[in-house]
Design a protein around this ligand. Structure first.
Ligand SMILES: [Cu+2]
Length: 265
């Protein structure tokens, strides 16, 4: 239904055909953005940001963390209609941040046996999935982000995966592939969003937790968690970032040349 043409043509055509200075500036900006995006995608940074991916604001075991799930694009050019985010077994629930673009529902499942939570209470069922349904299908060439609040489990050193089914008007992508130990998530097709849990912080009241996580390990986990990937892929992530920034700079230089080289613009 939704094709590439209607989504971009109406927004630029009026400016381009007007022949005003604003129109040309916008056209050039669009060109720059397209060039920069191409550079980012080429050098690998785009993969992490374009997939359905997750960015935690905190990674420490037992801490409350806001997990931002980003949707970078549709399914082969088709608009996204829903996202079903599965919670890892370690979590029994998540609190979604209200989002005006989506209706949100929870899928619950009975636990095989009751589970005792960190606060001492016991539960017999858990939330297995949070389902976001788009009020208006998300343009395949625009991105969006949804946020879940979770209490990270006492699982320092472990990566939690949130397999996510992205359903579109035509087709779907199941972001559910879990990388093997040490495998770069960027190297596999449709990787599941993952959060690496680091050592507990301020664990003075919990000697067990502080023993498990040496400070150096906690720092390493924190760094890798920022790119939502196991420690092994930290270096490639930074290379991608540097390469992407270089692409932006080169794009800027090209733009400046274009401007300077047109005497009768
Ligand atoms: Cu992608």
């Amino acid at each position: 239904m939704t094709s590439d043409v209607p989504s971009s043509a109406p927004s630029t055509a009026p400016f381009a055909s007007s022949g005003t200075k604003t129109g040309r500036t916008r056209t050039r900006r669009t060109t720059l953005i397209a060039a920069a995006t191409a550079a980012l995608m080429t050098f690998g940074l785009g993969a992490a940001s374009a997939h359905v991916s997750v960015t935690p604001d905190k990674t420490a075991a037992n801490s409350y963390s806001l997990l931002t799930f980003s949707v970078g694009h549709g399914c082969d050019g088709s608009a996204t209609t829903s996202l079903a985010i599965s919670l890892p077994n370690e979590l029994v629930d998540a609190t979604p941040t209200v989002n005006p673009n989506w209706t949100i529902s929870k899928v619950t499942e009975k636990l095989a046996e009751p589970r005792t939570l960190a606060n001492g209470s016991s539960v017999t069922e858990r939330t297995s999935q949070i389902v976001y349904t788009a009020k208006t299908p998300l343009d395949p060439h625009q991105r969006d982000a949804v946020v879940l609040s979770v209490q990270l489990p006492d699982a320092a050193g472990k990566t939690l995966y949130f397999p996510t089914l992205q359903t579109c008007e035509v087709g779907q992508t199941n972001w559910a592939a879990i990388p093997a130990d040490g495998q770069d998530p960027e190297s596999i097709k449709d990787p599941a969003p993952g959060v690496a849990v680091s050592g507990a912080v301020g664990a003075s009241g919990d000697p067990g937790a502080s023993q498990e996580a040496a400070p150096a390990q906690a720092v390493a986990d924190q760094a890798s968690a920022n790119v939502a990937a196991p420690a092994g892929s930290t270096a490639p992530g930074w290379i991608g970032l540097v390469a992407g920034l270089l692409g932006l700079v080169l794009g800027g230089v090209a733009l400046a040349r274009t401007r300077g080289g047109r005497p009768k613009a």
